[in-house]
Design a protein around this ligand. Sequence first.
Ligand code: LIP
Length: 284
Amino acid sequence: MPMTPGTEELGELEQLAIEAATEAGRFIVDERPAQLGVAETKSSATDVVTVMDQQAEQMLRRRITAARPRDAIVGEEAAATDGSSGITWLVDPIDGTVNYLYGIPAYCVSVAAVTGDASVPGGWRPVAGAVFNPSTGEVFHARLGGGACLHGGRGTPPEGLPVAVSGVTTLGQALTGTGFGYLPEVRARQGAVAAALLPHVRDLRRAGSAALDLCAVASGHLDAYFESGLNPWDLAAGWLVAAEAGALVTGLRSAGPAAEMTVAAGPGVHGELVQRLEGLIPAP
Ligand code: LIP
């Protein structure tokens, strides 16, 4: 198991994640061009990238490299850079890119420091991270063993607030978030699972950003969340924030959270949700 940084270094990693995510988040709002277009598409015609995704990731990389030149960086929009420190940064410059493109205020910048091999599913874990929502000014952040905290946003005191998952204990009362991929055949399968689950939860919400959904579970604004197809940079920071807020964050069939499935919920409903999903999704 990779070495876990000491308490002081964990605090430094968390602070750098907060500063980098906040700087990039303010940039994508303040410098958004009047006529924002699609710079390119990736897995499908609806999987879009804007110049702001690209420029924000360059900003994140500059900030992190200046502070910690020996760390590796893996991001959504540019090639990975190697490191020698044992810390890899997983960065998503705009999580919720389609919302950003359409002007829907549900997107964020997600920055996480992880140990292990980020290219191997199940081979890494987040140790510090931050998710900044520029539409609300909220930054959710955490470090391993340090709890999860909210700074910024309406009504939040300057010293910040600890966040904790909801106490819901029955799935039928759980407001549950989910999301869908960009490939039609994948969306068809995901939609069938969501439809089958819908009668068994309070309701579903599809906000369009995995990192914000995971922070919503952390702060009780969602009781549960599940999604397949997440990339490590979508998942990393929100995973740690949710886990440090008391959520169980797993996959299915005793796996860890990964592209196959990520399930995050308080202990009162996590098991029931996993059981329902395992009944709807056959083992690979
Ligand atoms: C998004 C995820 C979201 C998913 C969207 C999209 P992106 O990431 O955060 O959970 O449902 O389809 O993949 O592409 O905006 O970085």
